[in-house]
Design a protein. Structure first.
Length: 308
């Protein structure tokens, strides 16, 4: 298998009853790299070309749809109403599931693939899941990269107030409306120094909708995020190599979240990117790949498979 060969999408049927849709890029003999995406983001939000770049650096890349996203299991009739979200904001409800449950999905996927340990990279909510995985299953995480995420402490990593109406707009049943909403959303939260075109955003939104989109699922994921604990104390116990990447122009999760994450984890590298917002612009892919590779080398510095 060549370093950029793809495995077609497959389904991992977990013992918990959750089905996780995934695909892979690269040689399965290489060190595994698990990519965890954020709120409402399917596996395609990790661009295939970025995955190929990572595979060319010597990784076996695994990306997947979180529960309630894309082609993975969507829960039905469990805390998926806007009223449930409002109660969650007020702290008056128990979420249908937690970030720890989403970590169990990730570990179940690794079990399905016969992988004991992996390098783990997460973006946004995916960074929260990756951090939680490193805390709760440290024996399974070789290295950690947390991108545009936060520690769960309420005094860091806040959202800009103007984004709240957008977060509460959970209607995603109409394809054209979803595409138009995506263009408006990414104009607000994307990287000002590396703007995406409306055509590119529309194309990704259309593909996201066609994979399977769930308004109630996004609400459930938001409840899991809002119910997350402050991980600061637990992060101080981590020992794996860690890189924290955050944009200095991120309005969705303030850069204080990235700074707090790096400050909490012993020996963590902090990479602050000027002009980067709350996305993964193509112009920064080599920066991300360099960082993932550099952090993995700290876990196994003599592994010759990580070559430029």
């Amino acid at each position: 298998m060549s370093s950029t060969e793809h495995c077609s999408e497959a389904m991992a049927h977990l013992d918990t009853g959750i089905d996780i849709c995934f695909d892979t890029v690269g040689d399965p003999k290489n060190p595994p790299l698990l990519l965890v995406m954020g709120l409402s983001g399917p596996l395609i939000w990790w661009s295939r070309r970025l995955c190929e770049m990572l595979a060319s650096r010597g990784f076996f890349v695994i990306r997947y749809d979180n529960r309630d996203v894309g082609r993975s299991t969507k829960l039905r009739g469990q805390g998926g109403r806007r009223a449930d979200l409002i109660k969650a904001f007020a702290g008056r409800t128990t979420p249908p599931y937690t970030l720890s449950d989403m970590v169990d999905d990730a570990c179940g996927l690794l079990d399905h693939l016969g992988i004991e340990r992996a390098h783990v990279t997460g973006a946004s909510m995916g960074g929260m899941i990756a951090q939680t995985m490193a805390i709760e299953h440290s024996d399974r995480v070789l290295s950690l990269v947390s991108i545009m995420s936060t520690t769960g402490r309420r005094t860091v990593g806040w959202q800009h107030p103007r984004l709240l109406p957008m977060l509460l707009n959970g209607e995603r049943s109409d394809r054209e409306r979803v595409i138009a909403m995506s263009v408006r959303t990414w104009a607000l939260i994307g990287s000002p120094a590396y703007p995406s075109t409306a055509a590119d955003i529309s194309a990704r939104a259309a593909e996201t909708f066609d994979r399977g989109i769930s308004s109630s699922g996004v609400i459930r994921q938001m409840q899991a995020v809002m119910a997350q604990p402050d991980r600061t104390r637990a992060l101080r116990q981590l020992q794996m190599p860690t890189l924290v990447i955050h944009g200095l122009k991120d309005p969705m999760i303030h850069v204080s979240g990235g700074r707090a994450t790096a400050a909490a984890i012993p020996g963590a590298e902090l990479l602050l990117v000027p002009g980067m917002g709350h996305d993964l612009p193509q112009e920064l892919w080599s920066t991300f790949a360099d960082g993932v590779q550099r952090t993995a080398r700290r876990a196994a510095p003599v592994d010759s498979r990580w070559t430029r």
